[in-house]
Each structure stands twice: as structure tokens, then as C-alpha cells.
Design a protein around this ligand. Sequence first.
Ligand code: SAH
Length: 254
Amino acid sequence: MTGKVYLVGAGPGDPKLITVYGAECIKKADIIAYDRLVNKELLNYAKETAVLVYCGKEPGKHSLIQDEIHELLVKEATKGKMVVRLKGGDPFVFGRGAEEAAILREANIPFEVVPGITAGIAAAAYAGIPVTHRDYATSFAIVTGHGRAEKGNDFLHWEALANGIDTLAFYMSVGNIGHIAKQLIAHGRNENTPVAVIERGTTVNQRTFTATLSNIDEKIQQEEIVNPALILVGDVVNVREKIAWFEQMEESIR
Ligand code: SAH
């Protein structure tokens, strides 16, 4: 009998932020293929006999490339195994989950998608920043900001992002913050718009820096930001001054 593949969102970092269903899938899995951003504590839910396969991309370590991941999912499910493909945040937000689902459909392998809490919303919340707010933001966009004009891969519709959307969450963007800020200002966003950079959001190592579009680049150069980190742009960033909560919370009360 054919097995099944579960494309599971592990949530943004805090291991408690996985869904009940996601945790159930991990508990039952025969094979767990997990990404770099997945909190390893979640693997403690796995059965003793479960096979854990690391799929992240880190220099110097063996890891699977996307085609190999596809092969693994198909091969193991064909053998009748219950396979969990565990991804950081949500599997369909910059997670290539849809590509994997399409391969599985082609191979006639049953699958389910288990959504997870995406970093753009969760890291913001843990930094005391609501992505929408009755007074400051009625729209929110999730954006990949890694494109660079000089490399010819900046495909963003800057005019629309700068003028049409109140809150912008830039993923995969920290090395590119200067370009992002410049483009937003050049396309009409006020240079005093507040910006937050949230490093390792929702984990005990979370750090948040705030500045404005005009000086965020400089500020970020001073701090050594490590990945993963998220950039939030919009007036909602100021709400943090009133309701920041996580970074000052005592670990013992959780
Ligand atoms: N599927 C994931 C996103 C994968 S892309 C999700 O839904 O969250 C990887 C990018 O996500 C990183 O470059 C970073 O911008 C963001 N990210 C993921 N986890 C994060 C975290 N704990 N804190 C801040 N940003 C994070």
C-alpha cells in the first residue's frame, strides 16, 4: 500500500508554535525530512524508529538538493511509509511546498498540507508589532527581498509596494536592506517610515532593531545580524513602543 506525505509547517522558531496537527504528524512519521529553519526540539516528538533526514543547505554539511528531496519523498511513500516533510514557518510561504506537492500528485502519492505560522506574522507579533491595526494598517504583504537590480533578478513591483500596501514583510532580505530602503523611498514611500529588523524571531535569541527607511541600512551595518531575520516596514512598527512583550519576558514563566 502506498504511504502518504505530509507537508508540515513547523512554525517560526518557538517550538510551541507548531500546530496540534503538525505535532501529531511528527509523532506518527516513519521518515522526517526537515529543513534548516526547523527548530530541532520538534524532532523530539518523533518515534524512536523514525529516520530523520536533514535537508537544509549549510556550507560544508551534506544536504539534499531539491530533486533529491523529491526523490526521497516519492521513494519512501511508495514503500508505504508515512513521510513528514517539515519546513520552517508555513510550507507554502517561500517554502517550495507547492513544487513538492506537484511532484507527489504526478507520482500519484497522497499528500496533505499542514499550514504553519509564518515568520512574517509570528516574528512581528513576538516583537510587539501587529501586521494590521485599525489605526495604522489595513493591508499587509509578504515579499521576498533578495532580488538585486544589478544581478537582474529584482522583479518586485516597487511602485505598488511603496504606495499601495501599508505593512511590508520582507523575507530573505537582510543582506539587501540598503537596496530595499532605497527603492521604497525612490518610489514614493516616506523616508521616515519606521522599519524593524527581527533576528531569530520567536526564539529565546530574538533581537529586534528599529530605525527608519532612511537610516536602517546604517543601523544594520553596525549590528551583526544573523539569519534568519525579517524586515518589517510600516507605521505598525511604532506600536512596538507600547506593546513589546516577548524580549522582556522571564523565561521561567512560560
Ligand atoms: N516558510 C517560511 C519562510 C522560508 S524563507 C515561513 O513561512 O516563515 C526564509 C526566510 O524566512 C528567512 O530568510 C527570514 O527572512 C524568514 N524567517 C524564517 N524564520 C524566521 C525567524 N524565526 N525570524 C525571522 N525571520 C525568519
